[in-house]
Design a protein around this ligand. Structure first.
Ligand SMILES: [Zn+2]
Length: 195
């Protein structure tokens, strides 16, 4: 999910900086845009919880922060798996980093209508009704099961990312007129080679 802010902060790392020993340089994945079929396919269950998955999680956080998002799902970096990362603080609080492997919403309550965007649909936003509270059952990066409750933006981020793992984009939750307008604009951008 994309952040609400439009801060034009430059990326933190520059070529002249020496990377810290404790945090190796991360792979920044390009983000797949709307139109790529991988975004509309359900992901496969994560079954292998190894060092590679831990690397992937950290690279996904780095890629998400670089794109100023608050959530990133594996299909958005071209990987068809049920794996996502969420951090609604945008990297400000390390405790807020959440890795979701094979997540499922087990309980939802209330409704909030709020504007939403997606890193795979850059430049477009729309109002989407989401639950105010959700409980999500998932596995962490080591494969250990856990349950987490989210409220408001966190609940929205969970629902948005879990949608991605089911091949669903926020566009599908918009009214037909708004959705068609966005799709038309994207088609035009594609024709101009700007998408
Ligand atoms: Zn998204």
């Amino acid at each position: 999910m994309s952040d609400k802010s439009t801060s034009s902060k430059a990326p933190a790392a520059t070529a002249t900086e020496t990377p810290q020993v404790s945090s190796p340089p991360r792979k920044i994945y390009p983000i797949v845009k709307y139109g790529d079929p991988i975004l509309e396919k359900p992901g496969a269950l994560v079954q292998k919880f190894d060092a590679e998955l831990e690397e992937l999680a950290e690279d996904m956080f780095a890629s998400m922060y670089a794109a100023q998002g608050v959530g990133l799902a594996a299909p958005q970096i071209g990987k068809g798996m049920r794996f996502a990362v969420v951090d609604v603080t945008g990297g400000k609080n390390p405790e807020a980093k959440i890795v979701l492997a094979n997540p499922e919403v087990t309980h939802a309550e209330g409704e909030v209508r709020e504007e939403e965007g997606c890193l795979s649909v850059p430049g477009f936003r729309g109002y989407v009704v989401r639950p105010q509270f959700v409980t999500v059952k998932a596995q962490n990066v080591k494969g250990e099961p856990f349950e987490i409750r989210g409220e408001n933006l966190l609940a929205r981020a969970f629902c948005h990312e879990i949608d991605h793992l089911n091949g669903i984009l926020f566009l599908q939750h918009l009214g037909m007129l708004k959705r068609d307008m966005i799709k038309r604009k994207i088609k035009k951008l594609k024709k101009q080679g700007e998408w």
